[in-house]
Design a protein. Structure first.
Length: 296
């Protein structure tokens, strides 16, 4: 009989592994070199480590040793971390706090925060292009996928589209265009890159693409949901209130209840995609469910 899978313990173990390997990425703990301090400040300040976790979970699903996929997983987290630093800056969201701590630019100033983001982004590709023990074609596919997901066709393009959509009404298709790029592309790439370590059939690759796209959308929907529901609770307002009106979000377009329902539908589609390709993965299944469950 197989033992019950404990997602909490699995996530904790993976988070520790990822953090232990992030720590030496920029060595010199005692060197008060402001750029390195600034990069480490954000990189080692918590977070769920969802993207590297997904990359490792996918590789593991197909029998790849976790250690082999680690550099790719770290590269994903460096890019995520850079995006948060830049997103918090005054020219973008202008946030003072991230994960309960002052944002990078509040501590190190705007110029250093900008450079810390640039440094993290660039170094991600240094890690991903280091020897990984896979053939060159496979590694190039990983590098290409990550740059596509992070760049103008992915996260950067989605962020620009999001900025242009502020204070405007839009359609569901427009919202999905923004979020599949801004947040979804990197999450999807995490899954697909994990899969690139293994020899998969076209059907399995397609299933991972679909799983990644669907959990990416569900993640953004629930992030919007938590944002509004959290504020609603804090400010004592009723559900569906006109909070966060300046942002083009799922709750603004369809209300809180439908946002949650749609996120659940996306997770179900992600799980059906795995099932359709006969991919049995307790990790990928439970992580997908966690994306919506974290809001209950
Ligand atoms: C500045 C190029 C550039 C892009 C920014 C991803 C992004 C684009 C901005 C982040 C803004 C944001 C809060 C988006 C909502 C979804 C999201 C990415 C949330 C944060 O990700 P988590 O929850 O963060 O995985 P942790 O703290 O767990 O690492």
């Amino acid at each position: 009989m197989t033992e019950a899978f404990d997602l909490g313990a699995y996530m904790e173990e993976r988070k520790n592994l990822i953090e232990a390997n992030l720590r030496p990425v920029f060595p010199g703990e005692d060197v008060p070199e402001v750029l390195f301090d600034s990069m480490r400040y954000s990189l080692l300040s918590g977070g769920k480590r969802l993207r590297p976790m997904l990359c490792l979970a996918t590789a593991e699903t197909f029998g790849i040793p976790v250690g082999k996929a680690l550099p790719a997983a770290l590269a994903l987290e460096l890019i995520h971390c850079y995006s948060l630093i830049h997103d918090d800056m005054p020219a973008m969201d202008d946030d003072d706090l991230r994960r309960g701590k002052p944002t990078n630019h509040k501590v190190y100033g705007e110029a250093t925060a900008l450079l810390a983001g640039d440094g993290l982004l660039t170094h991600a590709f240094y890690l991903l292009s280091s020897p990984l023990g896979v053939d060159t074609e496979r590694q190039l596919a990983m590098i290409q996928r990550l740059s596509h997901a992070a760049g103008p066709y992915g996260m950067v393009g989605g962020q620009q589209a999001d900025l242009l959509a502020e204070h405007k009404e839009g359609t569901l298709a427009e919202l999905e265009f923004i979020h599949s790029r801004k947040t979804g592309a990197l999450i999807q790439a995490a899954v697909v890159i994990g899969g690139l370590f293994a020899d998969l059939t076209a059907l399995q690759r397609q299933a991972l693409e679909s799983y990644g796209a669907n959990i990416g959308l569900a993640f953004q929907m629930m992030d919007d949901w938590l944002d509004v529901a959290g504020d609603t609770e804090k400010l004592g307002k009723t559900q569906g209130s006109d909070l966060r009106l300046e942002k083009f979000t799922y709750p603004r377009l369809m209300g809180l209840e439908k946002t949650k329902m749609r996120a659940i539908e996306s997770v179900n589609s992600a799980l059906s995609a795995l099932e359709g390709a006969k991919i049995e993965s307790v990790q990928l299944t439970e992580i997908a469910k966690f994306i919506v469950a974290r809001a209950f």
